[in-house]
Design a protein around this ligand. Structure first.
Ligand SMILES: [Zn+2]
Length: 205
């Protein structure tokens, strides 16, 4: 059985964590486009150098170039049993560019907007080591991390910024999910990491 899994969900749905768990369980790699871009640039390939120039100019990499990078990555032998794409394609333009493969599973982790806001709104980041924590861990902004750094709330973790990102998800990604209607399985994302991981396992088996 080959798994070609697209994992989608709004910010705060825990999809990054679930992608890691699933990757481990199925023994297949999980990719996010941001990391792939950074890897491509670090590799010093022609495509990577092109991306580096584009990003240094402050421009965006085209969806076609990003798809080409992905296509090359997915041709490597470690994806023989499949792969997980975390948060891609996130809009119809990326969907159109992702024309070289057909996913076997499209999993959408759903959580209500209030839940996203609650999870992300309570997120704190350490200025020193970059670790992410939560207000619910009895941390507050200004506290000191074990590393000696200070916990703070990033600009993009404010309620306004979170709401904006959720709106973008709803506007841009919902039409992609519709395109995959026949393959899509929705997963209730409210619950513990283990609960959600078990729901995903049930959907896959
Ligand atoms: Zn720290």
């Amino acid at each position: 059985m080959q798994y070609k899994i697209l994992l989608m969900g709004p910010q705060g749905s825990g999809k990054g964590t679930q992608a890691e768990i699933l990757s481990e369980r199925l023994g297949i790699p999980a990719f996010g486009m941001g990391q792939l871009l950074r890897d491509e640039i670090a590799s010093g390939s022609d495509l990577g150098n092109k991306f580096d120039e584009i990003l240094k100019r402050g421009d965006l990499v085209s969806d076609e170039d990003a798809a080409l990078m992905l296509q090359r990555r997915l041709a490597k032998p470690d994806t023989e049993q499949g792969y997980i794409l975390d948060g891609y394609p996130r809009n119809l333009s990326q969907y159109a560019a992702f024309d070289f493969d057909v996913p076997t599973h499209v999993l959408v982790i759903d959580i209500p907007r209030e839940e996203s806001l609650k999870r992300l709104g309570g997120r704190l980041t350490c200025r020193g080591c970059g670790k992410v924590g939560s207000v619910s861990d009895e941390l507050k902004a200004g506290d000191a991390c074990d590393c000696g750094g200070e916990w703070y709330q990033r600009d993009d973790d404010t309620p306004t910024a979170i709401t904006r990102r959720l709106e973008i998800y709803e506007n841009d990604t919902a039409p992609v999910i519709e395109k995959y209607a026949e393959t899509v399985k929705h997963i209730n994302g409210v619950g513990s990491i283990e609960d959600i991981s078990e729901r995903i396992e049930n959907v896959l088996s």
